[in-house]
Design a protein around this ligand. Structure first.
Ligand code: NZQ
Ligand code: ZN
Length: 392
């Protein structure tokens, strides 16, 4: 195991009806004038925005609002948010929504105290300061409610890039699993795929002797394999929703990833897909991640056998371990298909002729080449090709 620091100070406020307490937590973490930031309408329709408004008013907190965050959140709204916050003297950003709303909130939070263009921080400049952020989560997926990461799409050129900093960890996150019951099945499945991908990015490692984090990873994966079909079949299953929601947070606070080298190439490859085609991040991952696994499995066949046997219940074939590894990858892809995810370019709405563009945008030369297996441009091309033609 490698040396590590683990600092994850977010206060998670979990359970039914807890959004009504939001104002108390804003106050606790120093907010006096808040920007409430939300998405395209689901939180308004469900009545959540009204609940949060009342809660802020009850706690005596002044606020203004900025809705309209799109999935794959755009820089253009971030600029608007930064200006609004400066004009209104905002000292706390409250995200009410999913990963996109939270990431847009984090971008505004780091942009307000920064004299230059906030995009600098999405182009490699470290984040030195940010306004505090709190969240009320409405979808179990990105894990942004507990992470220090934010991913924004620059509308000019549809370039999707991320940044990460301890300054961006939310001060608190309200997590009511019942709020996710209004999600369409497709979004629930996209979220589940993203949660599993966050674990796999950490699971496939070259670091030896990481039993505890291996087992934590497997616990999250086994939970997702069990609970996702239950909520797809019965969207109002609160208990299954609750397990998935907490799994999503555990998957991405880095509790499962400390002390080990991580990969993250599948996320990089996917961000080019959701950047170019504006598709859901989880759907892009469903197409990319099994393709990446197929391409790299020979790098450590026994690690893929471990996934196959422990997570998907495959029988170990000691005569031919590679067959077991490939069987595990097949199980993962067919699980994704069974929950309604696309598994190839055509199903996602991507085009094979765009592969050279995707490879160029991915930019192998700029250091985004992963910890498990370093990829060349030819490797990246091959993975996109596998993804283009994948079948069960
Ligand atoms: O905009 P509204 O109307 O709210 O609709 C949203 C959106 O269309 C809808 N939705 C959310 N909660 C709902 C709901 N619909 C009904 N009922 C509810 N309770 O779902 C759609 C997707 O929302 P979005 O926030 O985009 O989903 P998600 O949480 O998957 O976030 C995806 C974004 O997070 C980034 C992704 O790249 C993508 O841009 N990621 C952020 C990470 C991070 N900050 O740590 C890590 C991830 O790997 C990921 O890259
Ligand atoms: Zn993700």
């Amino acid at each position: 195991m490698e040396n590590f620091n683990f600092y994850s100070p977010t206060e998670f406020v979990f359970g039914k009806g807890r959004a009504a307490e939001t104002g108390i937590y804003v106050r606790k973490y120093g907010g006096t004038k808040v920007l409430m930031h939300y998405g395209g309408g689901s939180a308004v329709r469900s009545g959540l925005i009204d609940t949060v408004r009342k809660s802020l008013a009850y706690a005596g907190i002044a606020y203004c609002e900025l809705g309209g965050v799109q999935p794959n959140p755009r820089d253009t709204l971030v600029y608007k948010g930064i200006e609004l916050c400066r004009n209104e003297g905002i000292d706390f950003i409250l995200a009410v929504g999913g990963g996109s709303v939270i990431d847009s909130s984090k971008a505004i939070a780091l942009g307000v105290p920064y004299a230059g263009d906030f995009w600098d921080m999405y182009s490699g400049k470290p984040v030195e300061k940010a306004l505090p952020v709190g969240t009320v989560l409405t979808i179990a997926a990105a894990g942004s409610e507990g992470s220090g990461d934010s991913v924004i799409t620059k509308e000019d050129g549809m370039l999707k890039r991320g940044t990460g900093s301890e300054h961006l960890r939310p001060k608190f996150s309200v997590m009511d699993p019942a709020l996710t019951q209004t999600l369409p099945a497709y979004q629930t499945a996209c979220g589940a795929t993203d949660i599993m991908a966050h674990v796999f990015e950490r699971y496939f490692t070259n670091t030896k002797e990481v039993e505890i984090t291996d087992r934590l990873c497997e616990a999250v994966l086994l939970t997702m394999v069990r609970e996702t079909p239950r909520v797809i079949a019965d969207p109002d299953n609160y208990e299954a929703r609750a397990n998935i929601m907490w799994a999503g947070t555990v998957a991405h606070t880095n509790l499962c990833g400390v002390g080990r080298e991580q990969d993250w190439n599948s996320h990089g490859l996917e961000h080019e897909l959701s950047g170019l085609y504006d598709v859901a991040h989880g759907a892009g991952l469903a197409v990319i991640m099994p393709a990446w696994m197929e391409f790299v499995h020979n790098h450590n066949v026994m690690r893929f056998c471990q996934m196959a046997t422990r997570v998907f219940g495959c029988q170990m074939n000691y005569e031919d371990p590679e067959a077991t590894a490939l069987e595990g990858i097949r199980c993962f892809r067919s699980f994704l298909k069974s929950i309604g995810m696309p598994i190839n370019f055509a199903e996602l709405g991507a085009k094979e002729e765009d592969i050279p563009t995707l490879v160029e945008k991915f930019g192998v030369g700029d250091g985004r080449t992963g910890g498990f297996v370093k990829l060349s441009a030819a490797d990246v091309t091959e993975i996109y090709k596998i993804a283009a033609h994948a079948a069960l």
